[in-house]
Design a binder for this molecule. Structure first.
Ligand SMILES: [Mg+2]
Length: 190
């Protein structure tokens, strides 16, 4: 999987990319960010949700198609404000096969992200809140203090905060009713 790594990541786990070695080893406070619909306006690929739900495409196809996402400017502004005092960690349910396009999108859109953790093969059936709770627990096990989580989905945010006691901020791209309708039709969190 080495061709899927982003330089300068040297992490052995392909679901993790380290973008800032010095900060990751030197800073202990961390802010976790959901990606889709928190950092990224994904409305251009919402049409794919129906194909995924009806078996013509996969969530991996959906994640790989992130290059044309547009940045959520308020999220990026907040991340830049927080970056001097904490690590910025993207904790996304996108499958790790999308690490290269996800990383390129993050770097290309000037998000000051230090670390990316994506979904592993063995995590495909884990719901979004449980997955992100697991990611928080992993960061804690590595010695990080997770001081804030930023998430677009209300139910996911509530569950993360209840289980982990990490304050969780809801932030979203203010999608049009049409985009929201597609997502609600299938009751998916993207
Ligand atoms: Mg999301």
């Amino acid at each position: 999987m080495s061709e899927q790594r982003l330089p300068p990541s040297g992490h052995a786990d392909p679901s993790v990319a380290i973008l800032s070695q010095i900060r990751c080893f030197g800073m202990r406070k961390a802010v976790c960010w959901d990606k889709d619909s928190t950092l990224a306006n994904t409305s251009h690929r919402h049409w794919m949700v129906r194909d995924v739900m009806e078996g013509r495409r996969t969530w991996i196809d959906y994640a790989l198609n992130c290059a044309a996402d547009t940045p959520v400017h308020s999220a990026r502004a907040l991340m830049h404000l927080l970056a001097p005092s904490s690590l910025q960690v993207v904790t996304s349910g996108a499958h790790f096969e999308a690490m290269v396009p996800v990383g390129k999108w993050i770097l290309g859109n000037q998000f000051p992200v230090d670390m990316i953790r994506l979904r592993r093969d063995q995590e495909m059936k884990i719901g979004p809140a449980q997955l992100k709770i697991r990611m928080i627990e992993e960061l804690r096990e590595e010695g990080y203090e997770v001081v804030l989580f930023v998430e677009d989905n209300l139910a996911t945010a509530i569950e993360i905060e209840e289980v982990t006691e990490v304050p969780t901020l809801c932030l979203n791209p203010r999608y049009s009713p049409r985009s929201q309708g597609i997502v609600k039709e299938f009751e998916v969190h993207i």
